[in-house]
Design a protein. Structure first.
Length: 152
């Protein structure tokens, strides 16, 4: 649960990727946010993690932005969706049935591919560039690799 190590490794990988591929600035900023977010994502399974709290606040914040800005529905429907989002986010935060390590943990390599796959669906639905899923793979994978390095 050493979030500083995960962020530092993600920053290194981000600057390496950006220096090689020379993406445009708006794409680079979005890629940076996704890389940092996904590098912290495996620690959602620790109930006392500050990262867990921050990620759930960010999740609700970005879902709120999506509902307010992107959804073309009337105000009453937006309020209803926001209330459902708030309730689901709270219950997911409070009762996430995982352990920080082991079989019921997010620290498993299968999630390196599950979360980006779910993101691909979300990105396609929201008309967002699906290549951002690669930054989720890099971020999540860097977290798991840095945990393995730290054990040595």
């Amino acid at each position: 649960m050493d979030w500083k190590l995960h962020v530092i490794l993600s920053l290194f990988l981000y600057f390496l990727i950006i220096s090689v591929f020379q993406f445009p600035f708006p794409y680079s900023v979005a890629a940076f946010i996704l890389l940092i977010f996904s590098s912290l994502l495996p620690d959602l399974d620790h109930p006392k993690s500050k990262i867990r709290k921050a990620i759930f606040l960010l999740l609700f914040y970005f879902m709120t932005l999506f509902v307010v800005i992107e959804l073309n529905v009337d105000l009453g429907m937006k309020i209803l969706i926001l209330m459902i989002t708030l309730i689901l986010t709270y219950y997911l935060y409070k009762f996430l049935p995982l352990r920080h390590r082991g079989k019921r943990s997010l620290h498993l390599w299968r999630y390196v591919f599950i979360f980006p796959s779910l993101s691909l669906v979300l990105f396609a639905f929201a008309n967002i560039n699906i290549s951002f899923a690669l930054f989720i793979i890099v971020g999540y994978g860097s977290h798991l690799i840095s945990d393995k390095i730290r054990k040595f």
